[in-house]
Design a protein around this ligand. Structure first.
Ligand code: C2O
Ligand code: CU
Length: 467
């Protein structure tokens, strides 16, 4: 599906220097906080002999927007100004946030109208790798570049790596002239795998060159910010250990296989740069073979003569009680999409058949309801554990995301998993039932949706209330 040749031809090799200003730039700060202005911008993504800069929408006019850093337990204040000509909002993905700051128009706030602003002000409780992105028409706004990384640093500095590198991987759909293909809202995408692109960037650049030193140990934070593409990522020529998934520490293991990241998922890796001549790169595995999407260029003096043993991250974040026998049980049936069996669903308070649903852009349903947000799927007493059984009877994979909470995947198709990670997004494959468990300890109204953004907009969204 992924056109590897097109990418190779159209890719422009740009040094990482061109992208460093994103993370190194002093963000415009006011007394109120960091200003994130949603605005148009442009940046060179395709090779210059093929196309000019790509017009994007981004926070601060670039995609990704600035890397935001805050220490665990500290307050982040961000003034989001909307300089676009449509409403927007910002969701802080994966943060156990104050509900009023969660950024969901119609559920936790009013959308930020063109020309107006909203001040987000919250404490980030858990260290880890998170991201922020538009949560209004996100199937278009994220695809145009409205996202960035949010790094919550350990309160006590963690010294297991020499430095920290944030890599946001995106999958753009570009036209021949380098502009963003404007085929938004196509039911073909919505009812199938979502808007898949044809051009991959890392930190908004095609195949950036990342300068590293021999025997350097780097904490690499990988974030899949694509609308719909599930990515299989690998590090060629380097040794990597898994530190965290979706921001939450996991026991240290060496990564020997490609890493599967569904849209919105993250992993933190400890990457050792050996002092040798083998080419080193970040690789996206595609049907057409491996594709280098970032190059690690080794230069300079070795950092050390040999690596000490790798150490993992200290435990942080939420956990689950050992005994889930008293947990509240709930179910979510996911239906619809192409090659599915859904005949109809409720929408706008009445039963509609599939034809009518399609005419309204609703091609998926949760528990028989096609994306209406008037009623929650559940109201959970604060502090109770919840076991949610999610049944995917569609012909498509889905990346299920829970707002404001982290969960563990207890079982897949009735078989207990050994997945220890507390995640905020889990991939389900066709004909799979997964059971997830979380403690409903954060009061408010929380969305639960597929993070393939076309699926969400097409009906795969609901919410639950914790009170
Ligand atoms: Cu990252 Cu509701 O989304
Ligand atoms: Cu989906």
């Amino acid at each position: 599906m992924f056109d590897r040749r097109h990418f190779l031809k159209a890719g422009a090799a740009l040094p990482l220097l061109a992208m460093l200003p994103h993370s190194a730039r002093a963000d415009p700060k006011t007394e109120e906080g960091i200003v994130l202005r949603a605005q148009q911008g442009s940046q060179q993504m395709m090779a210059t002999d093929l196309a000019g800069p790509t017009p994007i929408w981004g926070f601060g006019g670039s995609a990704p927007g600035p890397v935001l850093r805050v220490k665990a337990g500290e307050r982040l204040r961000a003034v989001v100004e909307n300089a676009l000509d449509q409403p927007t909002s910002v969701h802080w993905h994966g943060i156990r946030i104050d509900n009023a700051m969660d950024g969901v128009p119609g559920l936790t706030q009013e959308a930020i109208e063109p020309g107006s602003r909203f001040v987000y002000d919250f404490v980030a409780p858990d260290p880890g790798t998170y991201w922020y992105h538009s949560h209004d028409r996100s199937w278009e706004q994220n695809a145009r570049g409205l996202y960035g990384a949010l790094i919550v640093e350990e309160a006590e500095p963690w010294e297991g790596a020499d430095r920290d590198l944030v890599l946001l991987v995106d999958d753009w759909r570009l036209a021949e002239d380098g502009s963003i293909d404007d085929s938004f809202g196509q039911m073909m995408d919505w009812s199938h795998g979502g808007r898949l692109g044809n051009f991959v960037t890392v930190n908004g650049r095609s195949k950036p060159r990342i300068e590293v030193r021999p025997n350097e140990r780097i904490r690499v934070r990988l974030i899949n910010v694509a609308n719909a593409r599930v990515m299989e990522l690998g590090l060629a020529g380097m040794r990597a250990f898994r530190l965290a998934l979706d921001g939450m520490p996991v026991p240290l293991v060496e990564e020997k296989e490609p890493i599967l990241l569904a849209p919105a998922q993250r992993t933190d890796l400890l990457v050792d740069i050996p002092d040798d001549e083998t080419p080193k790169s970040l690789v996206l595995h595609t049907n057409g073979g491996p594709l280098e999407i970032a190059e690690f260029a080794v230069a300079g003096e070795p950092v050390r003569t040999s690596f000490p043993a790798a150490v993992g991250l200290p435990h942080s974040g939420p956990s689950l009680p050992d005994d889930l026998s008293n947990a509240i049980r709930a179910e979510l049936l996911m239906e619809g999409g192409a090659m599915g069996t859904m005949k109809g669903a409720m929408h706008q308070g009445r039963a509609m058949d599939i034809r009518e649903l399609v005419s309204m852009g609703r091609v998926w349903a949760f528990n028989g309801v096609a994306g209406d947000m008037d009623e929650p799927i559940g109201r959970f007493e604060r502090g109770r554990a919840v076991v949610l059984s999610i049944k995917n009877v569609t012909s498509w994979p889905h990346a299920m995301h829970l707002h404001g909470h982290h969960f563990r995947v207890l079982s897949r198709n009735g078989k207990p998993t050994d997945e220890v990670a507390m995640r905020d997004t889990a991939l389900t494959v066709p004909d799979e039932t997964i059971e997830i468990a979380f403690v409903a300890d954060n009061p408010g109204r929380w969305m639960l949706h597929c993070h393939m953004l076309e699926h969400s907009a097409g009906g795969m969204m609901t919410w639950f209330e914790v009170a």
